[in-house]
Design a protein. Structure first.
Lengths: 368, 126
């Protein structure tokens, strides 16, 4: 299969990107500054991320659309206001996660942002579930970029007047070069920021404008350290089809009202797990020293019994130390529980900790 | 001046008397990216030519550090354990990894000189 490139490929090259293949795309893992500097720049200033490999699924339909989607997603879509976004999941009958996604209410339908590695499969599953009753477009003609960090609102507002007014997890259409672009105040770094959906032929020009105003391109390497410090899940690591949202400690994203009524895919399992508890659960894990426990590192309790596995682990540049997330047996999931991580044959002490590792409050916006 | 030699695993080695100082090359640090963790061999332990003698980790991945010659570890550089970013800053000088009292100087013979290594590094990265 041919490796795909995003519309910003040339700009990445011009900025001396090192590329990796990710979900079938040639993506920048870092630029010349390196992951640590890019990470810090995003936390202190403003970083631009090319996330055009992610799926932008537009679903348009009649009055039945909301009802049909509520049979799939554990969201209260009837009450979701125009231009408001919610984090959710596409699940199987066992509540295993096919994908985690962001659903935004737009005129005549919804925009759903899907993970790159899952988008084709999601489209197939959703087409089947919706039985071709509604118009579905997995739009390849649009790019998606994120701008994240404390200076982002000011920088973006210089180019698109009015974005500063958006509240967290809301969006709107704006104009750039007489073309419609959709901007939401959201992101995946633990920083205030925006995601911008715009036509492929505008994205390079738009990104260059952001760079002129002081933002910098940031690679997937720093995106990973940023999201991990922020305690956010990455599909294929913390989430997959053998893990449920309750096990992933994401029950906040499931509508209580919808759970009590229970008519969505996976609702039986979700209900059962919410009532009876789960046997394994996602936790934050902080190694005591400097050793980095990567994905698949085994976790042991104080009596040397195996209790789980790390799903992501790296060095957190803002925490200035190693950070990890993983799944452990529920009885060992309490904060400050001492555990041991087996790295290169040796066991290193670590503690279960609260998430995020690095906290900064999202800006609520001027309107609310 | 003692000659510096290089291994295919991107270590440099400088011999003074029968004590060799070993570190990783600038080229290696450029491939690794930001180094955030270092593990060194224990002082007093013996390491064998081409065996692992430490670990460096970047934000991306862990890599073994090999020793290009055999010997007894007589000193290790605690500075790069406390602040691994020093390896990126000055890999071929102050950020050395460990010192060995070497057994067999002839093990140095198969290693590359600077010109040979530069050529090798250029070819292996293209």
């Amino acid at each position: 299969m041919e490796i795909k490139k995003t519309s910003l490929y040339k700009l990445h090259q011009d900025n001396k990107a090192k590329f990796v293949e990710f979900a079938g795309y040639q993506m920048p893992i870092q630029y010349s500054d390196g992951i640590v500097e890019e990470h810090k720049f995003t936390r202190n200033h403003s970083g631009i991320f090319d996330v055009s490999h992610m799926g932008q699924l537009f679903i348009y339909g009649d009055e039945n659309l909301i009802e049909d989607l509520e049979k799939i997603f554990p969201l209260n879509l009837k009450d979701l206001k125009l231009n408001h976004s919610k984090y959710s999941f596409l699940m199987n009958d066992e509540a295993g996660i096919y994908d985690d996604l962001i659903v935004t209410k737009i005129e005549q339908g919804f925009l759903i942002i899907l993970n790159a590695a899952c988008k084709e499969n999601d489209f197939k599953i959703l087409s089947k579930l919706l039985n071709n009753k509604h118009k579905m477009v997995l739009d390849e003609n649009r790019s998606l970029i994120a701008i994240q960090g404390p200076k982002s609102a000011q920088i973006l507002n210089n180019i698109i007047n009015g974005v500063e007014e958006l509240s967290f997890m809301t969006g709107n259409w704006f104009l750039f070069e007489q073309q419609k672009i959709y901007i939401t105040r959201s992101g995946y770094t633990g920083e205030d920021g925006f995601e911008i959906s715009l036509p492929n032929d505008l994205v390079e020009k738009f990104t260059k404008r952001l760079i002129e105003k002081g933002a910098k391109l940031i690679g997937l390497g720093a995106r990973d350290t940023l999201r991990l410090e922020a305690g956010l899940c990455l599909y294929g690591h913390e989430l997959d089809k053998n893990k449920t949202p309750v096990e992933a400690n994401l029950k906040w994203a499931i509508s209580k009202e919808r759970v009590s009524k229970g008519n969505f895919i996976g609702s039986n399992i979700i209900n059962k797990q919410l009532n009876d508890g789960v046997s394994k659960i996602r936790v934050g894990i902080k190694p005591e020293g400097r050793v980095i426990a990567r994905e698949k590192t085994k976790i042991f309790n104080q009596s040397d019994s195996y209790i789980g596995e790390i799903t992501s682990g790296t060095f957190g540049p803002s925490v200035n130390g190693p950070v990890a997330m993983g799944y452990v047996e529920n009885e060992f999931s309490k904060k400050d529980t001492k555990v041991f991580l087996e790295v290169r044959g040796k066991k290193y002490p670590a503690n279960i900790c609260g998430l995020p590792f690095y906290k900064k409050s999202y800006v609520k916006g001027a309107n609310k | 001046m003692s000659e510096v030699k290089y291994s295919k695993e991107h270590e440099w080695i400088k011999l003074e008397g029968d004590v060799a100082t070993i570190g990783i090359t600038k080229h290696a640090t450029e491939m690794l990216g930001d180094i955030v963790f270092t593990e060194l061999p224990e002082k007093g332990s013996n390491v064998e030519k081409d065996g692992t003698a430490g670990v460096v980790e970047s934000t991306k991945a862990a890599s073994d550090v090999y020793t290009p010659v055999s010997g007894e570890v007589v000193d290790t550089n605690q500075d790069i354990v406390d602040d691994p970013s020093k390896i990126n800053q000055d890999p071929e000088n102050t950020a050395w990894f460990f010192k060995l009292k070497i057994k067999d100087k002839s093990e140095m013979d198969s290693l590359m000189n600077k010109d040979e290594y530069d050529k090798f590094a250029k070819e292996s990265s293209s």
